[in-house]
Design a protein around this ligand. Structure first.
Ligand code: ADP
Length: 359
């Protein structure tokens, strides 16, 4: 029987698999096969003796019948293993759709179940990877195409290399650069190759510094920070700045011009809780988990424009996960969005601080 014949769906298979449904271990099943083979051999020797068969014929007949008994009883015991070998070859060609039959109640059956679970996980991760590549290429294509068409116009003499076209190209290449950096950040964070530093950070200081920077770069922005002294966390200064810059940047982007963005940091049991509130359109409850998925953007555009590729919050969530914290969207009263970040707080006591794990 060829391997392919052997891998037909079980409904089409004619030969019975007598020991496959037994829930016992593979050792017990093989013991049954051996005992049956010995019993058949002994029985046939006795019958041959009784019937007066020549001495050379008895072992041949007994051996042949024992072999037939082994073939019958052992059939199907290694069937899932052969299926797995075949499915593994298919997987090597990039097809993760094959599943093996896991009806054996023994270790081989358990292995088949684990194999099926592994191939389902590989299929899902393959799907996510393909989706990521297609989304990333789509996002990169837009600024590249815009840059290319501006350059073509300049080369063909349809536009002059004046300040406006140069500024346009600069903006497009900056957008491209930001996108590439975000993609690199995301892939490093997802691969776990980027371990955050673990320094003592005063979160109040960090938020106040960010607010000053934002007021300088966005002179019309109203950013209020309320943070008590000494809210210290253990983490990566640059990474946490990146998270809060993104959250506050979004809040400013979605707020009506001139309306305030308020940042309130507080002690909350063993954590520091930072709430960033704005008076924009808010995020509907059913979209609150989705905004942390990569490339997710709502249909409505921000009143102040300047949207990204939907990577900022996906990156932020992974950074906050690395810091053993949490990030979520809650309601804001009377309207708008509220993004809440919680991070484990370093105890105010200096001795307790020294006991913090350093790995
Ligand atoms: P982007 O860089 O495109 O803004 P983000 O990951 O930072 O990507 O945000 C994902 C989406 O979440 C945004 O496109 C927007 O739809 C929604 N969002 C984030 N912050 C806010 C906010 N403060 N108010 C309303 N919607 C928001």
């Amino acid at each position: 029987m060829s391997l392919d014949d052997d891998l037909r769906p079980s409904t089409q298979r004619q030969r019975p698999r007598p020991l496959a449904p037994m829930a016992s271990s593979i050792k017990v099943k093989w013991s049954v096969v051996i005992v049956a083979a010995v019993a058949v051999t002994a029985l046939m020797s006795q019958i041959g003796l009784h019937l007066g068969w020549p001495v050379w014929l008895r072992p041949i007949v007994a051996g042949a019948l024992a072999l037939l008994a082994v073939q019958f009883l052992a059939h199907g015991l290694t069937y899932p293993l052969r299926q797995m070998a075949d499915a593994a070859k298919t997987m090597a060609r990039g097809d993760y759709s094959r599943r093996v039959e896991a009806s054996n109640g023994d270790e081989v059956g358990q292995l088949a179940e684990a194999f099926n679970q592994m191939s389902a996980e590989l299929a899902e991760s393959d799907r996510l990877q393909k989706e990521f590549i297609s989304n990333a290429s789509h996002e990169l294509r837009t600024p590249v195409a815009a840059l290319q068409s501006t350059l073509e116009n300049l080369v063909d003499g349809l536009a002059k290399p004046d300040r406006t076209s140069l500024e346009l190209m600069l903006a497009q290449s900056e957008h491209l650069g930001r996108l590439v950096n975000q993609l690199l950040d995301l892939s490093r964070l997802e691969a776990g190759s980027d371990q955050p530093a673990r320094n003592q950070i005063d979160l109040g200081d960090l938020l106040n510094e960010l607010a000053v920077e934002l007021r300088m770069t966005h002179p019309l922005a109203v950013v209020d920070v309320k943070a008590p002294l000494g809210l210290r966390v253990l983490g990566d200064d640059l990474r946490l700045r990146q998270v809060f810059t993104n959250i506050i940047g979004n809040a400013l982007r979605f707020s009506p011009h001139g309306s305030p963005v308020t940042i309130v940091a507080s002690r909350h049991n063993g954590s520091v809780r930072v709430a960033v509130r704005d008076l924009g359109p808010g995020i509907p409850v059913e979209q609150r988990a989705k905004v942390f998925e990569r490339f997710w953007q709502s249909d409505g555009s921000a009143p102040t424009g300047g949207g990204g590729a939907g990577l900022g919050l996906a990156i932020s969530r992974r950074i906050i996960d690395q810091h053993l914290g949490s990030i979520e969207i809650t309601d804001n009263q009377p309207s708008g969005a509220c993004v809440v970040v919680s991070l484990p707080r370093i105890a105010d006591d200096a001795n307790a601080l020294r006991r913090q794990p350093q790995s």
